[in-house]
Design a protein around this ligand. Sequence first.
Ligand SMILES: *Cc1c(COP(=O)(O)O)cnc(C)c1O
Length: 364
Amino acid sequence: MPRPIQARIATAAIRHNYLLAKKYAARGGESVKAWAVVKANAYGHGLLRTARALGDVADGFALLDLSDAVTLRDAGFRQPILLLEGIFEARDVHTCAEYRLTPAIHCLEQLKLLQTAGLPGPLPIYLKLNTGMNRLGFTFDQIPLLRAALERISVLGEKTLMTHFSDADGERGVAWQLARLDAIRNAWPEAATFPVSMANSAALMRHPATVRGWARPGIMIYGSSPFTETPAARLDLQPVMTLGSRIIAVETVGAGERVGYGGTFVAEREMRLGIVACGYADGYPRHAPTGTPILVDGQRTRAIGRVSMDMLACDLSDLPAAGVGSEAVLWGEKLPVEEVAAAAGTISYELLCALAPRVPVAEV
Ligand SMILES: *Cc1c(COP(=O)(O)O)cnc(C)c1O
């Protein structure tokens, strides 16, 4: 018998959530399209599995690794593919041309690679503008250099302006970044005619002014809310990944006994503990404290003590019917991943992406 841990991926939910993203996109006009962001192995859900679930409905796929883009092409996907960080060396330019990939260009070094590559034909590019995230992209001050560099490259196809919001889900919102984008477009008349790509999931759902050109929804496709205060279900998002396992042992500990590494948890009274076959080597966060919610046989209980590499303990004191073989859900169906993430001091993105390769995946 293999270890009982398993991640179940609801492929119909991927499709439902992407189509919901498309509905939000349509509020910006019929022509607005949506990249399905499938970076980081589709946020841990499997690149090809996710692409197949979206099949014909996806307008395009956005990801980071050239090799992943080639994988999608070799699997027969014909939609546009956006490389979110663009190219890293000269030969990448030719791979882009050969496989019809659209690189995002965020620095002058990448433009140099385009210029010297001797491209056979026009290559569409995204121009990444830094409007306040201060991570990648050209700033307002760099626009003259950018324009001069673009003029030296003869074989460019369509150019799209791209920017990314740092606080679309938070208090600062997007207006200040949109103002900086407008400033760039005002100072660069030709660019005012370029298509734009701005909205991540949070902006797509919350800030209609960003919904133009090509939106870039990621987390919402995987059924998780980008807003800490709004549960996914209230947004009509369906959970995609359910991480499940089973209780493999039951312990009864007396008052004063400590549980797990470091003995960080002290039992106040006699307790029944279930040991779940899931640990940080499976992708469960080690920093999830005592109290992090877990479902056992569909009932909510709490994690106890430190998470080990292959196991964690949970409280069965109020679940007398639960025992060895009982089902444990770490997150997913009936236990939103956002809630587990919040208890562990992180966000759903990190938990989903961290699903370990050793965890078997089943499509449901
Ligand atoms: C990851 C990413 C997205 C998707 O963001 P979500 O918050 O998951 O919707 C969009 N654009 C860029 C540039 C990204 O890196």
